[in-house]
Design a binder for this molecule. Structure first.
Ligand code: SF4
Length: 416
């Protein structure tokens, strides 16, 4: 076993463990002492450094990571509830010219299977969501070479009139960057027009790993790290909230995952505009450059990072599980590893399922899973306001994009 078990890292070392110990035992004792010191910082609410995070990830026992992340989660969310949102994915087009090697969803222009949905089809999908009481549509698609921002503005304006109760959680940072290039104008102007048309919040997609070495391997044509962060910064400045993500388990190192989270944490200190963080393991089956990727990582790899994200991202209120990639049973486990949110019901999902990974669940099944883990499932909106009429005592804002502006996280992080 590569990692040494440290079930008793909070306990003092046995008296004889440091006396006359062989070199490996001395090294183990020193590591145990380091892990205990960092665990004490977590319990005190002190911000971890990247070095702390790496040591904790590599040397703490997985159960210990779970306990620490659960402590942090309970500090932020003392009520035994788990939130989720009734939403659906809607991908207006799969046409893309960015050719990410990990993506099984997209098609080149004019390739077999390439599509742009007719307006009638989009409206029909929205109506299905409205009929189920949906509150959000997660709308993103490929980087189409001809669909400029006016196409999206016209679509958003139409949907806002038809379905005012459904928030348009749409267009990732790389898509906005692409629209800015197509339009030949700054992304601030693109955002301004899209917001005026009805854009309500941004998904965190397209972050993958925010480290250039990694991006050059897995998505060389995609938006850079700096640009991804700057688009979110501009969106926050324009009054939108957004989520943040990380897709890992491919060519990155653990240190690069921590660098990714550090970039997010820094931006959150600056703007307070992120609502949540979600991470998931890359799904390598059937993607165009499958030969570049290792086999699908084990659930333990996912759990360790999930727990670390809750501990390290101390200025993020909400950490989402990823049942679509990990499955409902593993998602249930992550509720003890820092997660307080189940994400969306995703009544339709096309992107991850294109890579052979498809774990969608009817709403009742999802609620049963949460309840069996000891929590009350509660419906939320896009801004993490609680909107579930079954729980009047828990109802709270923000109830809209504009109200979310006054609920932003504090701009400065806790002591370093
Ligand atoms: S991940 Fe997005 S940008 Fe990359 S190829 Fe797929 S659809 Fe295009």
């Amino acid at each position: 076993m590569r990692r040494r078990a440290l079930y008793c890292a909070f306990m003092p070392a046995p008296a004889d463990s440091l006396v006359g110990a062989s070199p490996p035992r001395v090294a183990h004792a020193a590591l145990r002492s380091d892990v205990a010191r960092i665990a004490a910082r977590v319990r005190d609410g002190t911000r971890l450094t990247p070095e702390d995070a790496l040591l904790l990830h590599e040397h703490a026992d997985i159960l210990e990571l779970g306990l620490l992340s659960d402590l942090v989660r309970r500090r932020k969310h003392p009520e035994p509830i788990v939130t989720y949102i009734v939403d659906r994915n809607l991908n207006p087009t799969n046409v893309c010219i960015t050719d990410c090697g990990f993506c099984a969803f997209y098609r080149r222009p004019k390739a077999d299977g390439a599509y742009v949905l007719e307006r009638g089809e989009i409206v029909r999908k929205m109506q299905e969501l409205a009929d189920l009481g949906g509150r959000q549509v997660l709308m993103q698609g490929g980087h189409h070479p001809y669909l400029k921002s006016d196409w999206w503005c016209e679509l958003f304006a139409d949907l806002r009139v038809r379905f005012p109760q459904i928030n348009l959680h749409a267009l990732s940072a790389p898509e906005l960057d692409h629209l800015s290039k197509l339009d030949k104008r700054p992304v601030e102007e693109v955002l301004r027009d899209l917001i005026a048309a009805g854009l309500g919040s941004l998904p965190g997609a397209g972050a993958e790993i925010l480290v250039e070495r990694v991006r050059k391997i897995i998505a060389p044509k995609k938006t850079t790290t700096e640009r991804w962060l700057d688009v979110h910064r501009k969106a926050h400045e324009a009054g939108l909230r957004s989520s943040a993500t990380m897709m890992f388990g491919h060519v990155e190192s653990v240190a690069e995952c921590i660098e990714h989270m550090t970039r997010l944490r820094d931006l959150q200190d600056e703007t307070g505009g992120f609502t949540a963080f979600a991470c998931w393991l890359m799904q390598p089956d059937g993607v165009p450059e499958q030969h570049l990727y290792p086999a699908r990582r084990t659930p333990a790899v996912y759990l360790r990072m999930q727990a670390l994200s809750r501990i390290y991202l101390d200025n993020f209120e909400n950490i989402q599980t990823s049942y679509v990639t990990a499955g409902l049973k593993m998602a249930q486990v992550t509720l003890g590893y820092g997660c307080n949110d189940f994400g969306g019901t995703m009544l339709e999902e096309n992107v991850v399922s294109a890579a052979g990974c498809f774990h969608l669940a009817p709403i009742q099944k999802l609620e049963n899973v949460i309840q069996r883990a000891g929590y009350t499932p509660v419906q939320r909106n896009s801004w993490y306001g609680i909107v579930d009429p079954r729980h009047p005592r828990l109802l709270r804002g923000p109830s809209s994009k504009d109200e979310a502006e006054s609920h932003r996280a504090p701009r400065a992080g806790p002591p370093r």
